[in-house]
Design a protein around this ligand. Sequence first.
Ligand SMILES: Nc1nc2c(ncn2[C@@H]2O[C@H](COP(=O)(O)OP(=O)(O)OP(=O)(O)O)[C@@H](O)[C@H]2O)c(=O)[nH]1
Ligand SMILES: [Mg+2]
Length: 374
Amino acid sequence: MGEDMKPEWSDENNPDICSSVVRKGQEQISQEMSIQKGSRFQKRATSAPTVDQLQKGVLNGERGFLARAITLIESNAEHHFHEAQSLLQKLLPYSGQSIRIGITGVPGAGKSTFIESFGLYLCSLGLKVAVLAVDPSSSISGGSILGDKTRMEQLARNPLAFIRPSPSGGKLGGVHRKTREAMLLCEAAGFDVILVETVGVGQSEVIIREMVDFFMLLVLTGAGDELQGMKKGIMELADAVIVHKADGINKVLADQTRLEYNRILHFLQPATKGWETKAHTISSLQNTGIAEMWGAIKKFESIGKKSGLFEERRKAQSREWMRSMITDQLLFTFFHHPDVKQKLPRLENEVVSGEKTAASAVEILFQAFMQKEK
Ligand SMILES: Nc1nc2c(ncn2[C@@H]2O[C@H](COP(=O)(O)OP(=O)(O)OP(=O)(O)O)[C@@H](O)[C@H]2O)c(=O)[nH]1
Ligand SMILES: [Mg+2]
């Protein structure tokens, strides 16, 4: 029997005696792990790395290990959750050194193209850039942002860059926790700049705002109507508004739009104390405004670090992170409680048909939940 046909539980001394084989044609995960010698049952090279191996690999900045560590964090299996937390605990002291930048905008605003140009510019300065994507729809559809890697083709090939598409949600905390933790891993792996992309559809902007230092909103020209309709709330989250695709026949209009935004921003609450949110024009295709944007972000960082507000925000974010995990954990525990699971469908029907009020149904569920918890 060929080596590649052996299942991982096969007997080292008697490789042909086993009741099952691995199908051919399956993708082999990289063979970087060493095989434990001396054991009767040989572990195959495809086995998952240990927490210690991951820790070392991530701290060495090895991208293969970083990718595997993020996979561990994204896993929805309960035993992975504990391993992932133990890994994070070990890596936490090495995190926090990067600047975290969130990027949002409507579909097609050019976020991925901007990240490609901006990321390549940062790499050209010798900075290590990690790109994470948060797809608000993924927790529903289970999918992830498609095509991002193809939009970021050059960046994906750059040895200083690391691109990770969006995780999907799941029971032990959703996309929020996973992205935040992936960010910490990237920092431990020595990345200087973390770029987090999300499509601007409602909640996702607020989630990203809670995990980044600097938040950018990409908008398009000729968006007079959109400007009026745009929720004031989203503009108030932004540290910079980018009027994107400011090139060709769009350039003049882009400058007008920038002025319009600046007029509006003037009346809004700034997202960050001590920082005036301004509109900028950028063309990612022509690479104009990219270096200036990085200049503005560096200025933002230095002002914030001097005043202490930079650190203050990060502390508040850590607190918020913990709170959101408590919420996740509570929801999970509640909905997986056997009595709750059993009673919920019938009670829901009774509420829908008007036999019970929602409040009384909730009370019954909580009584069942608390009884067992005691
Ligand atoms: N003229 C011009 N077109 C651009 C620019 N940046 C992006 N585009 C075009 O805009 C389209 C959308 O770009 P993406 O980068 O995929 O936009 P996105 O915001 O990431 O889109 P989603 O991920 O679907 O939300 C593409 O056809 C790009 O070529 C720019 O600076 N100038
Ligand atoms: Mg995109």
